[in-house]
Write a protein that binds this ligand. Sequence first.
Ligand code: ADP
Ligand code: MG
Length: 407
Amino acid sequence: MAKKKAVRKTTTDTEATPASPQDSARQQAPAEERYAEEFTFLRVIDTAPRPAGWLLSPERVVDFLCGTNGESIRAPSSSKLPAGLPKSMKLEPKFVGPRSLVERCVVTLAGERGLLLVGQPGTAKSMLGELLSAAISGTSALTIQGTAGASEDHFKYGWNYAMLLDKGPRPEALVPSPVFTGMRQGALVRIEEITRCLPEVQDSLISILSERRLMIPELSGEEGSLFAAPGFNLIATANLRDRGVSEMSAALKRRFNFETVLPIADPEQEVQLVGTRARAVLHDSGLTGDVDQRLLEILVTTFRDLRDGQTAEGWSVERPAAVMSTAEAVTVAAAITRQGAFFSAQKDPVSLVPGYLLGVVFKDNVDDLDRLLAYWDGPVRRRGERDPLWKRMYDLRDVLEDAELEM
Ligand SMILES: Nc1ncnc2c1ncn2[C@@H]1O[C@H](COP(=O)(O)OP(=O)(O)O)[C@@H](O)[C@H]1O
Ligand SMILES: [Mg+2]
């Protein structure tokens, strides 16, 4: 995890990241700034061929996302590293998941189709999009958030009406969309939750993806069409929980390669990731203190049981309708640790689990509370017979009962 201060310092002297217009503190810096040091290092030492318009070779993009497995990358003695940068670097994995998936994503982005990441909420689809665009194009800012209210203008361009009325249609009066800017600059553009847009609005991307050209009928001659520069492509995400991809037109589907992002398969990797991310969240908000290891284990186990509908012991569990994602587990681990830091009397993090779990599981579906109680009376009770910590969890059952009484 890059230290915030160090990153802020190095961004000012890298060319790839534009200087930020904001000097005061920010809650969250974009990936191109958070990892500025790694990007500068990789761009200097990367001698492999790069697709046109890319800042890194495909192999280095995958190294950045999946890490270098504890091994250091050494800068060749001939490379001209900016002052202050180390001569070798170990890259930490940012995405936990199959390397082959990331390789396919990178290959797609260098080709003639867009990339569509599909999966449950909280499986790091948006994170993948952000990191890929920062690594490949140096910016993750060209992003459109898909909503039911999005119109074709959001995907193409709009007009500065004062100038349009005053001077007529001309390039200066055009207000570019992120897609427009990405085509002009040769950069990756992210479309988050594309399936939330109306299908006919989504379809405005068909010609952009197939012809790599955007027509501007209001302008004449050469100004009337924009040809995408090398490096331009689209990364879209879609949640299977929303309307899903079923309403996407067949014509648009054909212009994307689909990649499904699954929840983290290995429990130990998930525990580790939730710990790392929760610590990072707390560090960013200025809190010190560590996240309790047993808390992480209990939390991740509970989330996985409820997500999978089955425990590691093979006991079946009724799955709640709520999404039990890794991202939610990170939020809960950070919240519980934060509560411990704010309230000095709070010494036992595990005692807070049922309360926060209720916040995740019990959103709008009344039956979910019953499912949670059934989980308590099954796996939690049975584990409690052997493990004092799970016994402690079981004894907190009244927190859930109280919630039921309040309904
Ligand atoms: N496989 C994973 N690798 C790394 N981080 C993950 C993974 N799965 C979930 N996360 C965590 O969940 C967070 C939220 O994921 P996000 O990209 O918003 O999910 P999505 O867009 O799929 O809903 C990430 O920022 C990361 O902290
Ligand atoms: Mg997302």
